[in-house]
Write a protein that binds this ligand. Structure first.
Ligand SMILES: C=CC1=C(C)c2cc3[nH]c(cc4nc(cc5[nH]c(cc1n2)c(C)c5CCC(=O)O)C(CCC(=O)O)=C4C)c(C)c3C=C
Ligand SMILES: [Fe+2]
Length: 463
């Protein structure tokens, strides 16, 4: 048993900000783990001042596996999709605006620490006052940061409850795009897997790191917010960078081929970030400029039926080959589909009810979305069928133009729908990032936040 720590002692990493370089102390410092030169992936490039920052292009320290927490946009959107997801939607129980702000401040501090490979609190899992619970739960103590990103979003009910109550004085800040999603044909949504006042998306290359993040944020929310629903995901179903290979979904098809890639700055600007012009028409959304909207849909896939479907039918439903992911009109994976090419019988090679035809920008007024979904399996039903599918996540500039029309088309006409059932749903406004250099770190590389520090979504309360 280790010796009790003097409760009156200063937490190890809460010394005054220091202009010297981060000393490379571990998040798991007390277990002698990974060096939190983690912060180095970004801080080294920033020089004196040591803001925890991100350059325009997403940066990571390959050695430490960290993504910067700050930047114009939150990490976890255009940063390369990691292999694992743990997402949690929360209901806010805080009674007033100040308590809500305090929660977001605490979350900002913890997220800044965790993403940089530090423990949730300054003492870590096995130190601090002996008669108090440790300030970190400990299950990630010996693990590397695993590229952890934590992304926060706000649901419509944060601004106005379903009954129309403005709990936090935010009703006049409800962005016009944060709509109540309509009922789509064949939706079978479970309210217990839908909506929420707040959402936290934790992505990492190690599931334990992602779970640790949500657990510690949930713990930090005690008395102010409770978990409403969660979703674990594995095997990302999209690539968000040209450097990534295209993964496969549970139907066995490559997924993410035609996704927006981070390197395509024009497409990202045009389809992902909320532009300044949005605030001209809708001043309530001014705080969201530089942010995005997150659409989350839990889509159960009828795996057993699919597995009894011929390869020909599978390919026709998707509109691409199963092996390579090439369009049925010919070429290789990244060849543009040609929807006009017809087969010998005169029918189009890419069927009219195929998924890629109906989801293609040509059929959707040119809109694109940044898909960032994950596979899931959540056990089985009473008939022994897997409760498995695709947890569809997409970041879009405006769900009214970039999601709802496409989902209506797919739900109505997509042949794939026979094999799908939408069982959960959420729409969240994702605020922009915290400016580079605005969170200070101390000598040991630890973020030091005060009541005056910026916090995620701050503009919602001030702008
Ligand atoms: C509303 C948007 C979409 C939902 C919901 C959706 C569900 C879904 N998709 C697949 C499998 C594939 N989707 C593919 C492409 C694709 N899908 C969407 C949108 C939604 N998918 C778009 C915008 C695109 C790109 C279309 C294009 O520009 O060509 C593909 C092909 C490979 C790829 O480009 O990613 C597959 C395969 C499943 C299984 C699914 C629900 C469970
Ligand atoms: Fe799709």
């Amino acid at each position: 048993m280790s010796a009790p720590t003097d409760p009156s002692s200063t937490p190890p990493d809460e010394a005054a900000p220091d202009p010297g370089p981060p000393a490379g102390v571990s998040r798991r410092a007390l277990f002698g783990g990974v060096a939190a030169a983690a912060v180095a992936g970004t801080a080294v490039g920033l020089g004196a001042g040591y803001g925890i920052g991100r350059a325009t292009a997403p940066t990571t320290s390959s050695a430490a596996g960290t993504f910067a927490f700050t930047g114009a946009h939150q990490a976890g959107i255009v940063t390369p999709a990691q292999d694992r997801l743990y997402l949690a939607a929360f209901d806010v129980t805080a009674k007033d605006r100040d308590d809500l702000v305090a929660l977001l401040q605490r979350w900002t501090t913890v997220a800044a620490r965790l993403t940089q490979g530090l423990s949730a609190g300054p003492y870590g899992p096995a130190s601090g006052p002996y008669d108090a619970p440790p300030d970190d739960t400990g299950e990630a103590a010996d693990l590397p940061p695993a590229g952890l990103t934590i992304t926060f979003g706000f649901g419509r009910t944060l601004f106005r409850t379903a009954a129309g109550v403005d709990r936090f004085g935010l009703a006049d800040r409800l962005p016009a795009g944060l709509i109540e999603l309509p009922h789509f044909p064949a939706d079978n949504l479970d309210p217990a897997r839908s909506d929420g006042d707040l959402v936290v998306q934790a992505c990492a290359d190690d599931p334990q790191v992602a779970v640790h993040a949500i657990r510690n944020l949930s713990r930090t929310a005690f008395g102010a917010a409770t978990i409403r629903w969660t979703q674990l995901g594995f095997g990302r179903t999209s690539s968000t960078s040209t450097a990534q290979r295209t993964p496969r979904n549970l139907f066995g098809f490559k997924d993410g081929t035609a996704n927006i890639k981070a390197e395509d700055a024009t497409a990202v600007d045009e389809h992902v970030w909320v532009p300044a012009s949005a605030a001209v028409d809708d001043p309530a959304s001014a705080w969201l400029v530089g942010g995005s909207y997150l659409v989350a849909r839990r889509i159960r896939m009828r795996i057993e039926t699919w597995d009894r479907t011929s390869l020909r039918e599978q390919e026709n439903l998707v509109g691409r080959t199963k092996a390579e992911g090439a369009p049925l009109s010919g070429g290789a994976e990244f060849t543009e589909p040609d929807f006009d090419v017809a087969g010998r019988g005169g029918a189009p090679l890419i069927p009219l009810d195929s998924h890629v035809r109906l989801a293609h920008p040509d059929q959707n007024a040119g809109v694109q979305m940044l898909r960032r979904g994950y596979n899931f399996t959540d056990g089985n039903d009473a008939l022994g069928r897997l409760d498995a599918g695709l947890f569809f996540l997409a970041f879009v500039q405006d769900p009214r133009t970039h999601y709802v029309p496409m989902q209506n088309t797919l739900s109505r006409d997509d042949g794939l729908m026979e094999y799908l059932e939408h069982t959960g749903s959420g729409l969240f406004a994702v605020p922009p990032g915290i400016p580079d250099g605005s969170l200070v770190v101390g000598r040991d590389g630890t973020p030091i936040t005060t009541d005056a520090s910026p916090f995620v979504g701050q503009k919602l309360f001030t702008a």
